[in-house]
Design a protein around this ligand. Sequence first.
Ligand SMILES: *Cc1c(COP(=O)(O)O)cnc(C)c1O
Length: 359
Amino acid sequence: MNWPDWLPLKSNLKTLSPYGAPQVPAKIRINTNENPNGPSPEIAIQIAARIKEIAANLNRYPDRDAIALRNKLADYLGNNLTQENIWAANGSNEILQSIFLAFGSGSALGFTPSYSMHPLIANVVGVNWINGERRDDFTLDTELVIAEIAKVRPTLVFITTPNNPTGDSVSISNLEKIAAAAKQVDALLVVDEAYAEFSDEPSAVTLIPKYPNILVSRTMSKAFAFAGVRLGYLAADSIVIDALQLVRLPYHLGSLTQAAAEVALDFKSELLATVAEIINQRKLVANELEALGLNVLPSSANFLLFGGFNANAKIVWEKLLNAGVLIRDVGLPGYLRVTIGTAAENKDFLNALKVVLKS
Ligand SMILES: *Cc1c(COP(=O)(O)O)cnc(C)c1O
């Protein structure tokens, strides 16, 4: 984009583009790692009832500290956490932005390919971002991570597990080693666990008592099937939560959002019941892709990264879209990412892909 001279846009923003997957009409949308199952009619009714109740008080500002919601989130995470260990915001992206606003000085270190919002927010807030590397198979090399932390001496280290877009997860013992290395240089370790519910690894929240420099970012957008509400949250030492309050905007989390999320947490077992089926479907889709001769990366999330097709990824992506199936070109040459949908959606995707690969 060529910005006009009269616009005093910050120089660090001039080369950026707004982040976002294409929101284009398609019969099957399996591109942004949403849960394909909407809330049941019963849960929808409960949410509507609660919203009706509070609608009469919308002249009032919301609970600025979202105490009731944070209590429920602490309950959900267990591990003796209380609301003092929890912060909540409009999606985990706002959580990540607040972390940068409060703690972003010096450099931030991450390991690509990973969630591209981490470097993007760093850029927006003017924090120097350093890209560490992964192995050729995209898995994380703990020794290399530790060496990079010692070399770069960042203030913030980002680890996404399970990682987006590759799907691999970091074991809790390796995370502990990384947290220890971060502690040595007084860095905070931000663990982005947007897909934690799809993985068998214990959550990094279990490490917080021993490593108060660990910040665990979570979201209701993926497993919880609640992407439309925008609710992300952070689990951390209470001192970290206190510091984040310095950068939060007053009343940032609306009453409607808080209420809807509270109801969802009351129905957590119903909402999370779809996770097992999604994992099942993930295995089926991975097997089918492999049967097509494709290379599928092992995934502990609700998506698969696959490659090995003898065609340009962009062209495969476009042909699939023309066939009514929207998946994600994450900008990794030779690879595409597909979100696990319903059984019917997955079948349609696989059938469309077979046709595209033959064409
Ligand atoms: C989807 C995603 C998020 C963003 O979640 P929101 O809560 O919807 O803002 C954060 N981190 C990763 C790695 C994601 O894939």
